[in-house]
Design a protein around this ligand. Structure first.
Ligand code: TPP
Ligand code: MG
Length: 296
């Protein structure tokens, strides 16, 4: 079976879901600029399991790039998310442009742009944060810090401990929260959304997360990471932590938990079967849904 390289969001789930829930609850309107690891954001915005699997297998019917792109790349303006490029950090100025357009049109949109710790060191990102702050834009910089840019550990990417430390120099608030705790991710995002929505400008929210799998399905992380480190990180598994908390607070019973897991597994299995059975895009229309070289 041919597959596209998949960048797993395992370890990032709470940051992605908690933050989108806060946007949904507290912004009159919102739009997310995502990157390749943001399956949780896309799903929270309405992408279905079947559509995700069609993307992973590059099959006909994939809605956001018509299977022309790396998984989770493309745009769904109706459902409020966009990720046009795999060039790290290049979507950050686009998001700031989206926020500027919203301001000029007097639309109450809060734009959230998600990026990794490695992306945070790109020149585009520094310029975007500066511009957003100067123009007081309603944009949130959501940094999913998993400590690696492929094989490069954080201390080789930047000489400070936290990306959020940079926020003060741009003139915006910056916080670091436990991105494996969905409630912490929700609360920090809600504060930033409310600030942006009342004209307070941009914020930087850094989510301290884990990356449980190799960079993508094409990567072998055993060449640069020891197993103990990964196992240690699994003690913070966002899903296990949420399950434990909901059970402890009596919001979830073991029976309901088992039902939900079974239903989720069934949904993913059905989506996988459907995507496997779907045809590949036809060669006849390979040039459709692309920009033409003459600018059309
Ligand atoms: C401009 C640019 N440089 C390098 C790459 C290769 N590359 C792809 S993903 C990546 C790591 C990005 O790491 P980070 O932003 O921390 O995100 P993570 O994958 O850890 O979630 C790199 C270097 C690229 N796609 N674009
Ligand atoms: Mg990273």
């Amino acid at each position: 079976m041919d597959t596209e390289p998949v960048a797993s969001c395992q370890g990032h789930e709470a940051a992605q879901l908690g933050s989108v829930w806060a946007l949904r609850k507290h912004a009159a309107r919102h739009f997310c600029f995502t990157y390749y690891r943001d399956m949780g954001v896309c799903v929270a915005q309405g992408l279905t399991m079947r559509e995700v699997m069609l993307g992973f297998l590059a099959k006909e019917g994939e809605p956001i790039s018509r299977a022309r792109q790396f998984p989770l790349h493309g745009a769904d303006v109706g459902r409020g998310f966009m990720n046009l490029s795999n060039v790290v950090g290049s979507h950050v100025p686009e998001a700031v442009g989206w926020a500027l357009a919203a301001k000029l049109r007097r639309e109450p949109t809060v734009t959230a742009v998600y990026l990794g710790d490695g992306a945070a060191s790109q020149g585009d990102v520094h310029e975007s944060m500066n511009f957003a702050s100067v123009h007081n834009l309603a944009v949130l910089f959501m940094v999913e810090n998993n400590g690696y840019a492929i094989s490069v550990p954080l201390h080789k990417q930047m000489a400070i401990d936290r990306v959020a430390e940079r926020a003060a120099a741009y003139g915006m608030p910056g916080v670091t929260v436990d991105g494996t705790d969905v409630a912490a991710a929700y609360a920090a995002t809600a504060q930033a959304v409310l600030r942006a929505a009342r004209g307070g400008g941009p914020s930087l929210v850094e989510f301290d997360v884990e990356r449980y799998l190799p960079h993508t399905s094409d990567d072998d992380d055993s060449t640069y990471r020891n197993r103990e480190e990964v196992e240690e990180g699994k003690k913070r598994d966002p899903l296990a932590k949420l399950q434990e908390r909901l059970l402890a607070e009596g919001v979830l019973t073991p029976e309901r938990d088992a039902e939900l897991r079974k239903a989720a597994r069934r949904e993913v299995d059905e989506a996988t079967d459907a995507a496997e059975a779907a045809p590949y895009p036809s060669a006849a229309d390979v040039l459709d849904h692309l920009y033409a070289a003459d600018g059309r």
